[in-house]
Ligand binder design. Structure first.
Ligand code: ADE
Ligand code: ZN
Length: 346
């Protein structure tokens, strides 16, 4: 594995206009901000310092990460906390060439602690407007249900969010995957579709390829979050390519959570070569070692077969797979082609 892609390619990866479609906003809370918010809100953390907290970021699987992720999110109390967290993410995203981001948020993590839904969505919504105005970054919100909780709890959450229906474009499904198959949430996803919401779900991150199939067939999702385990099933891969179902893949996350032993084992290049609409994303960048650009750089460094042609394809896929109107997509595709204007794409 090489340390970095060639210099020209590295610049292209960072500057090409792209969308980020899989980032948990609570997963962008850097240890410094966790300590600042803990101090602001009088929350006691089980770590004495920023360094001690960061040193605990050595994960063995998804659950070992989620335990820390939920503990970190406990410092979020007021509307301003959600605003500050999201603005910190948007500044990083803008520096990485992100023109559009679709942010997952986990209301149950907050409402269970007595934080009002209005504070969660209000803070994120205000940051969305501020990011558009000051950074030129467009964004949408996607409300996620926690799959380790019941479907009844998911229904209650959807109900509580309905007064803010115009502030989120879709629903998703995240948290502990194994033992919580997509069909557990069949009815609440049917209700979300009736409401005209987009639907996505985490599937095939740690769980089997079968969960990808049931997310498609039972939940009728439009995109699969992660989905890398689909690579175990050639027929499913062929279907994903044929039906042009986007996968929002998160390379650094998969290595940090031990889905792969190292980046050079990652299946993203193989899925891309088979015609799947793969996209690159950061998942929980504060915990996994980097934001969107770091994911592109690490992936391309570990896979020298990936070049300018694949960079363009991945950025174009991210724009195509986003939940924005055709006019916005066409404008970003035009900007992408301009950036690649003089570049040999092999
Ligand atoms: N919540 C935050 N990050 C997640 C991930 N990678 N998988 C499932 N749930 C999550
Ligand atoms: Zn995720």
């Amino acid at each position: 594995m090489t340390a970095a892609p060639p210099a020209d390619l590295a610049v292209l990866l960072r500057t090409m206009p792209k969308a980020e479609l899989h980032v948990h906003i609570e997963g962008t809370l850097e240890p410094e901000l966790i300590f600042e918010l803990a101090c602001r809100n009088g929350v006691t953390l089980p770590y004495p310092s920023v360094d001690a907290l960061r040193a605990a970021y050595a994960f063995t699987d998804l659950q070992s990460f989620l335990d820390l992720y939920y503990a970190g999110a406990s410092v979020l109390i007021a509307e301003a906390d959600f605003f500050d967290m999201a603005m910190a993410y948007f500044r990083r995203a803008a520096a990485d060439g992100v023109v559009h981001a679709e942010l997952f948020f986990d209301p149950q993590t907050h409402t269970e602690r007595g934080v009002p839904m209005a504070a969660v969505i209000g803070g994120l919504w205000r940051a969305r407007a501020e990011a558009a105005r000051t950074l030129g970054v467009s964004s949408e919100l996607i409300l996620c249900f926690l799959r380790h909780l019941s479907e009844a709890a998911a229904f209650e959450t959807l109900e509580a969010a309905l007064p803010f229906r115009d502030r989120f474009v879709g629903v998703g499904l995240d948290s502990s995957e194994r033992g919580h198959p997509p069909e557990k949430f069949a009815r609440v996803f049917a209700r979300a579709r009736e409401l005209g919401l987009h639907v996505v779900a985490h599937a095939g991150e740690e769980g089997p390829a079968e969960y990808v199939r049931t997310a498609l067939d039972v939940l009728k999702v439009e995109r699969i979050d992660h989905g890398v385990r689909a690579a175990d099933d050639p027929e499913l891969v062929e279907r994903l390519a044929r039906e042009r179902i986007p996968l929002t893949v998160c390379p650094l996350s998969n290595v940090k959570l031990c889905v792969y032993g190292s980046m050079d084992e990652h299946v993203l290049p193989a899925l891309l070569a088979r015609g799947v609409c793969v996209t690159v994303n950061s998942d929980d960048p504060a915990y996994f070692g980097g934001y969107l650009d770091a994911n592109y750089q690490a992936l391309f460094a570990a896979h020298p077969s990936l070049g300018a042609r694949e960079a363009h394809r991945l950025a174009a896929n991210s724009i195509e797979a986003s939940f924005v109107d055709a006019g916005k997509k066409a404008a970003w595709m035009g900007r992408l082609d301009e950036v690649f204007g003089g570049v040999d794409r092999g």
